[in-house]
Ligand binder design. Structure first.
Ligand SMILES: [Zn+2]
Length: 201
């Protein structure tokens, strides 16, 4: 499902009748979150990076691979904070509470968005990213993301990965808030219109 301005909400990219912007919680975080979004994920109603961005005022999206807008690595690196790059490379350190507690705040969490292969390629092709400490999540439960099938059931979507990382860095409440946002998106994109309550209230 692709975003078309006439038919879809310009913020959440859902068909206008299913817009869920008003239902999303606004979640303050000390951690700055930067999401590098591969062009294949840009403006897709089923993509979850944008949903994370809509919920987190302290976040920014960096488009990658778009012809009309070059990847702004300089702006990414200018964001203050101790940078962590979230990606499950074999040599990545595990982002658990012990590791997170030892890192001076604020943390700048950088998350690539795209297929696993696309995310891996982004890291390989942007040498400036290589200087950034790489972390991966501790083992997670089954993904609740049902819009597109993950290769394995424990593979998380981008919003779940950000939620889990912020859960480790800042606590369970922020993780639950973001997971609530994902449930809203999933239900809407399955075409249902159940009565949601605004979880921010
Ligand atoms: Zn919307």
């Amino acid at each position: 499902m692709r975003f078309t301005p006439e038919k879809c909400c310009p913020r959440c990219h859902a068909p206008r009748a299913l817009c869920y912007c008003a239902l999303l919680p606004v979640i303050d975080s000390d951690t700055r979150v930067s999401i590098i979004v591969h062009r294949s994920e840009f403006c897709r109603a089923t993509a979850t990076a944008n949903t994370a961005h809509l919920c987190l005022p302290n976040s920014r999206v960096f488009p990658y691979g778009r012809a009309e807008e070059s990847f702004d690595m300089e702006a990414l690196l200018s964001i203050p904070g101790n940078a962590l790059y979230l990606f499950p490379e074999p040599y990545a350190e595990t982002l658990d509470v012990t590791l997170a507690t030892a890192i001076p705040r604020p943390i700048h969490l950088i998350v690539p968005d795209g297929s696993w292969a696309q995310a891996k390629r982004i890291h390989r092709r942007v040498p400036a990213l290589h200087a950034i400490r790489i972390v991966q999540l501790p083992p997670q439960g089954v993904s609740r993301y049902q819009l597109r099938y993950a290769h394995e059931e424990h593979q998380l979507c981008t919003l779940e990965a950000i939620a889990a990382a912020l859960g480790v860095i800042e606590g369970a409440a922020i993780q639950q808030g973001l997971q609530g946002a994902l449930e809203i998106q999933v239900e809407r994109m399955k075409g249902k219109r159940p009565r949601f309550t605004n979880r921010a209230e």
